[in-house]
Design a protein around this ligand. Structure first.
Ligand SMILES: NC(=O)c1ccc[n+]([C@@H]2O[C@H](COP(=O)([O-])OP(=O)(O)OC[C@H]3O[C@@H](n4cnc5c(N)ncnc54)[C@H](O)[C@@H]3O)[C@@H](O)[C@H]2O)c1
Length: 425
């Protein structure tokens, strides 16, 4: 996300210096190239900004910060194995730029952080390293990056930009900076903590909402109604915004940030339970395959879609990874296909590559993304197929031989009469 931001700033008249530890990233930018694919408009903006002399890159954080009036930090904070925030990249980046900060520097954290970290973890660290005082002669703010991969420049133009500083002076300076580089509305918030929390609230809301949709889908399965019809009807009430169920939630935002909240607020049991529900969708899919095949030992199973979302070449927290692992652990012979991944990449994830359109001995197919090409699957390629698990509910209309079972997430094919169990009165 850092490069589109740098290009956006340069495109609005600032001189942007991209600091990164990757020589490859720095080298590409200094040749006027974007290392990002699949981000419409970014390559052109990078090339134009570089050609205009307003965008360059360096691996020297101190020199970059010394020259800069504003430092925007957007290196990742991930999760460690215990689901706690892993600050290693951000700590290193903060330490790397601290030596170049000077009186009146503005430092903005855009990376999603647990509530309190801008002030408690990083302002304290920067004050100690620089001898400057936050909100007096060093200005520090949090401003969450809320962009959606694949649409970042469009989002930058329209998404309101939330800004919360350590104090009023920091908020004001950060808001003024963003006003100069964005055409979107700038929302000055009362504190860095409120801004931090807003990003966690937005993403966690979506995770909890999807968990509810997944529970509704399980109930829809039980009573034989189509959850898509139910959700569409429910959402015709303007206050209802039920999301869609699926095989799980991937990517580096939605499954991660609920854990940032929980790391500070373990009493948020609904948040914790939602994570369990969404991660448990894999088990439901694996159980469906096991039941249909009468066991998984030696069973050939094809997984379609390995990236966390179709069209985004990103494996972070993709639910395909535990899906492949769970199938393999149960003894299945797993093959896989993803239009964005090479055979080598597929192999590295523990599956044998399958080539689109070739015959396969798969007895089960599980789709993990909603790729637009899946509706073009031809059942003739899979003469032994017994079950299709439609993990994103995009294949309910796919033509399948009568012996092949279809299992969506809350979507069944049989036009059966709903079977609501009667309660004894
Ligand atoms: N990608 C998204 O869809 C998205 C959306 C919204 C918000 N965000 C936020 O952006 C953050 C970064 O995400 P991303 O997708 O840009 O990550 P990324 O992994 O694509 O890029 C991170 C960059 O940081 C560099 N880096 C790592 N450690 C460094 C250090 N110590 N000093 C300098 N550079 C360093 C890496 O070399 C890499 O180029 C996320 O943690 C999240 O908070 C991302």
């Amino acid at each position: 996300m850092g490069l589109p931001l740098a290009a956006q700033f340069a495109g609005h008249g600032w001189t942007a210096i991209a600091y990164d530890i990757s020589e490859a990233v720095v080298g590409a930018i200094n040749e006027g190239r974007s290392h990002l694919v699949e981000e419409p408009g970014v390559a052109e903006l990078v090339a134009a900004s570089h050609a205009a002399g307003r965008l360059r890159a360096t691996t020297d954080g101190v020199a970059a910060a010394r020259e800069a009036d504003v430092v925007v930090l957007i290196v990742p904070v991930k999760l460690d194995a215990a689901h706690q925030p892993d600050y290693s990249h951000m700590d290193a980046a903060v330490d790397a730029i601290a030596g170049g900060l000077h009186e009146d520097s503005l430092v903005v954290f855009e990376t999603t952080l647990p509530v309190g970290d801008t002030r408690g973890r990083y302002a304290a660290r920067l004050e100690a390293a620089t001898g400057l005082r936050a909100d007096v002669d060093l200005f520090i703010a949090f401003s969450p990056e809320r962009l959606y991969s694949g649409a970042v420049l469009r989002n930058l133009a329209t998404y309101p930009k939330l800004v919360g500083g350590l104090g009023p002076a920091s908020t004001e300076r950060a808001a003024l900076f963003y006003d100069s580089v964005l055409d979107a509305e700038i929302v000055a918030m009362s504190s860095a903590e409120a801004a931090e929390f807003s990003k966690l609230a937005d993403t966690t809301y979506r995770d909890v909402n999807i968990a509810l949709a997944n529970e509704f889908a399980a109930y829809a399965d039980r009573v034989g109604v189509d959850i898509r019809e139910v959700i569409a009807a429910a959402n015709s009430q303007p206050y209802s915004h039920i999301h869609q169920p699926g095989i799980g939630v991937g990517g580096h935002c939605i499954p991660v940030y609920p854990h940032f909240l929980l790391s500070r607020a373990p009493e948020l049991t609904l948040v914790a339970r939602s994570r369990e529900v969404n991660d448990g969708q894999i088990r439901i899919a694996v159980d469906a395959v096991r039941e249909a095949l009468g066991g998984l030992d030696g069973a050939p199973v094809l997984v379609l879609g390995l990236t966390y979302r179709h069209g985004v070449n990103e494996l972070a927290y993709s639910r395909a990874l535990p899906l492949v692992d769970a199938l393999a652990a149960a003894g299945a012979r797993v093959s896989a296909f993803d239009p964005l991944l090479s055979d080598e990449e597929v192999r590295s994830l523990g599956a044998e590559p399958w080539m689109w359109g070739t015959p396969s001995d798969a007895r089960a197919i599980v789709t993990q993304t909603g790729d637009r090409r899946w509706p073009m699957l031809d059942a003739a390629w899979f003469p032994d197929l017994a079950i299709l698990v439609d993990g994103r509910n995009t294949l309910a209309d796919l033509a399948l031989p009568s012996g092949v079972r279809y299992r969506g997430i809350g979507v069944s094919r049989s036009n059966q009469i709903p079977s609501v169990p009667h309660l004894a009165s």
